[in-house]
Design a protein around this ligand. Structure first.
Ligand SMILES: O=C(O)[C@@H](CO)OP(=O)(O)O
Length: 327
């Protein structure tokens, strides 16, 4: 019988522990030392949006990217649902409405950051919504690596050019943050902005539960979890998993339902099992990606927790390096 994963289970597992060539020179060089796959993806985006002629940015050319060799056969993946938002507080369906964090949400994000402060992060993915971005940024203020998370702006050529970083040293002290709409919360359709309790009174608890937690049933004019998974999991497979395969440690700050769909994929949950998966705001969850498999490691309790570092030698070594850098 398959395991039913709920937030409680997760917690209990966790708690013990070219443009044309003439334009090419205007084009920014990579703002960071991005991992190969991501560079290639950016290259693809540039090639199709700016012009039909490929951009041959020297830093993106194959000869520059291929020498990147695999750093490790394992990588950490941290998932964080954003902290409490102003509409979580008011118990309103939020979906794709772009609402910021409450004060409590800010505190939750900082607390999440403390819990992951000695787990390596090389690359951050967030949704395009402010609550997820705030969460990632606030969490990273607590990280002992002290690197600066910087949002990459790929939306147009000017945005890339104007956000270029000119110091190699500064780049090394930065962590690229990729904001992707595909990681956004499921679109809640005509429920967005409605009170959850009042909606249950009006349409019945069972109906509202199905809209909220079933896999196949969409809320009126909104996305079902299945529809949300189609874009979120596809994005994960195409853009995030290849980074993990290269040994890059990734943090994803996203949403209750976009993360439920990703967890469903990582933990191979059935459409029935995912109905009982609940994620708390500001809860970090750690996975280790090794030998092309995801191993759930629960939620790191804090930087002083011994257990989490026992999961892998690599995590223990990373923490030791941080400790040594303090001495
Ligand atoms: O309102 C929303 O966007 C989501 C997350 O807060 O609600 P639910 O709890 O139904 O997944």
């Amino acid at each position: 019988m398959a395991t039913v994963v709920s937030h409680h289970l997760i917690s209990s597992i966790a708690s013990p522990h070219s443009p044309s060539n003439s334009k090419a020179s205007l084009f920014p060089k990579e703002p960071f030392n991005l991992p190969i796959k991501f560079r290639q993806n950016r290259f693809k985006i540039e090639a199709t949006t700016a012009s039909q002629t490929p951009v041959l940015d020297p830093l993106l050319s194959p000869s520059k990217t291929t020498p990147h060799k695999k750093k490790s056969n394992e990588a950490s993946l941290i998932l964080i649902r954003h902290g409490e938002s102003l509409w979580n507080e008011k118990n309103l369906f939020t979906g794709c409405v772009d609402v910021p964090l409450t004060e409590k949400g800010v505190a939750e994000a900082i607390q999440a950051g403390k819990r992951i402060s000695t787990i390596p992060v090389d690359l951050i993915f967030t949704s395009s919504l402010i609550r997820a971005q705030m969460t990632a940024m606030l969490a990273m203020t607590q990280h002992r690596c002290k690197k600066v998370p910087i949002i990459l702006h790929d939306e147009n050529e000017k945005a890339q050019t104007w956000s270029h970083v000119f110091s190699e040293e500064t780049r090394k002290q930065s962590i690229p943050v990729v904001a992707a709409w595909q990681l956004n919360e499921r679109m809640y359709g005509e429920l967005q902005g409605l009170n959850k309790e009042e909606t249950a009174e009006r349409y019945g608890t069972q109906q509202v539960h199905e809209w909220r937690r079933s896999y196949h049933i969409p809320p009126p004019k909104g996305e079902s979890l299945e529809m949300c998974a189609e874009r979120a999991v596809a994005y994960f497979e195409d853009n995030i998993q290849p980074e993990l395969a290269l040994g890059n440690n990734v943090l994803i700050a996203a949403h209750g339902n976009s993360l439920r769909s990703i967890i469903m994929y990582l933990d191979k949950l059935t459409s029935q099992e995912v109905t009982s998966l609940e994620l708390s705001t500001g809860l970090p969850l750690l996975y280790i990606f090794k030998d092309r498999k995801f191993m759930r490691r629960g939620s790191p309790v804090g930087p002083t927790e011994a257990g989490v570092y026992a999961y892998t030698k690599r995590l223990a070594q990373y923490r030791q390096k941080l400790d040594e850098s303090l001495n």
